[in-house]
Design a protein. Structure first.
Length: 482
């Protein structure tokens, strides 16, 4: 038998005889299966709930009685984002960002109803998903399985005997690495099966799912190489275990927790309250459409009169109040868009800064790649916000246009004092029933993977470093038996 295969087989047999290793692997596999099943069920329940609420919101909006179009503008409308199929594997930031937005005229609201805001405090420490198991728990189990893969043979004296019988250091290291990779494959199998299930039955995009499987395989291989290197360099099993646990705590817990805080400190972004105050300040400075002496709207009124060649707004062939509503909404939407772009730019700088911490932890790169490939990262949430705002602006302006083109200025001006005018400004429900429903359009798989390219590059760097560590382990064994 090939020496590499023999070493691998002997190590696998040793793992199989080690009850602690067997129990740890079985428990992790069972935990992965439970995580996949519960995550899929949770995702499906959320999708069904959001679709049901969206249908109910659409029905209520369409079922409004005949009324003034501007009343419909202020009635508002809820829109929901249905989670993507791969959210069952990695929900990403969805639990924190919210999944619904209330749309209304003159305002740009934030998303609501995130799972973390509605759940117990325990939900804030992370949910049990296949991605969480593979990123955090699987490396820890690998450490307990493999921390003594080389150092125990050194302590028992069998390492020098094996080398004296003609086994070369590259063969020994390769065989033990294959054994660790086999254990890693067992730990990652439930996650790979979950990805396959999502592709075949849930319509998840094939290419991102395949890239996720390859990325997690590379991530576990990085840990296997690190474990082998530490075990080859350590003088005692106890020292190897303590060092590996310290590295795991730093890579998987400490650095990923500290990096976002450092990113926020380096690129501080205003809070929602601060943004709302700034928007209201700018709105006041933009002008008051109800003030005839306001410079902007006085100039706007004159431009409208000049365009139609009349002297008074009462002589316009359209309702000037509707034109004012159109102009006011246009100006406020431009302001909302400017602040939204500023916040998005600051958040991107924070994300790029945090990703640089991948130089200190492969877990950060793996987490970023996983969320982006699954379509559950912050960029996907911003895509939802942008589409919801575009939809809000579209329906509000359509309603404002109805006010301008269907209602007369005279009736609109006297609707609060003349019952007949109030009746005439109520337009039929068919006008808002004809408005299109909101449909979120997710990014195409190619765009998702392109956004994940920086994280993939960091994973590739760590994978290359893993190869360097394997070579260093070979050199260490050569020196130790020389």
């Amino acid at each position: 038998m090939n020496p590499v295969a023999r070493v691998c087989r002997n190590d696998l047999i040793s793992m199989a005889r080690n009850r602690v290793a067997v129990v740890a692997i079985l428990l992790t596999i069972l935990l992965s299966i439970a995580a996949a099943l519960t995550s899929i069920a949770h995702r499906d329940a959320n999708a069904d709930m959001r679709e049901r609420f969206q249908a109910e919101a659409d029905t209520r909006f369409d079922g409004q009685p005949a009324r003034h179009p501007h009343r419909v503008v202020h009635y508002g409308h809820f829109v929901f984002r249905v989670p993507p199929p791969l959210a069952a594997f990695d929900p990403g930031v969805d639990a924190f960002t919210g999944n619904s937005i209330y749309l209304e005229g003159h305002r740009q609201n934030s998303a609501n109803f995130g799972d973390v805001r509605q759940s117990s405090l325990l939900a804030r420490f992370g949910t049990l998903t296949p991605a969480f198991v593979l990123q955090i728990l699987a490396p820890l189990v690998l450490i307990f399985i493999g921390f003594g893969v080389v150092v125990r043979e050194r302590e028992a004296g069998t390492l020098r005997q094996a080398m004296a019988q003609g086994l070369r250091a590259p063969q020994l290291v390769s065989g033990k690495l294959l054994a660790l990779l086999a254990a890693a494959a067992l730990l990652g199998a439930p996650g790979a099966i979950a990805l396959g299930w999502l592709v075949m039955t849930e319509g998840a995009p094939l290419l991102p799912a395949l890239m996720l499987a390859l990325a997690y395989a590379a991530y576990l291989a990085i840990w296997a190489a690190l474990i082998l290197f530490i075990s080859a360099r350590a003088s005692t099993s106890r020292g190897a275990l303590l060092l590996l646990l310290s590295i795991w705590a730093a890579f998987a817990i400490l650095v990923p927790r500290v990096a976002p805080d450092l990113a926020f400190a380096a690129h501080p972004a205003p809070t929602r309250l601060e943004t709302d105050i700034a928007i209201q300040r700018d709105l006041r400075q933009m002008g008051d459409s109800h003030n005839p002496d306001d410079p902007h709207f006085a100039a706007f009124r004159q431009s409208v009169l000049d365009r139609y060649g009349v002297e008074r707004v009462e002589d316009l062939p359209v309702n000037y109040r509707g034109l004012l509503a159109l102009e006011g909404e246009r100006m406020s939407s431009l302001l909302f868009e400017r602040y939204a772009e500023q916040l998005a730019a600051e958040q991107r700088r924070q994300s790029h800064f945090a990703l640089m911490a991948s130089a200190l932890s492969p877990t950060i790169a793996m987490r970023d790649f996983s969320m982006r490939a699954a379509g559950t990262d912050l960029e996907a949430h911003r895509r939802f916000l942008a589409q919801a705002e575009a939809y809000r602006y579209s329906i509000v302006q359509q309603l404002n246009r109805l006010q301008a083109e269907v209602l007369t200025f005279d009736d609109d001006s006297r609707r609060n004092s003349d019952p007949d005018a109030a009746r005439r400004v109520r337009i039929d429900t068919d006008n808002w029933q004809a408005l299109p429903d909101f449909e979120y359009q997710a990014a195409d798989p190619g765009a998702q993977l392109r956004s994940a390219a920086p994280a993939a590059l960091w994973l590739a760097i760590w994978f290359g470093l893993a190869g360097v560590l394997v070579m260093a382990a070979i050199r260490s064994l050569r020196r130790s038996v020389a």
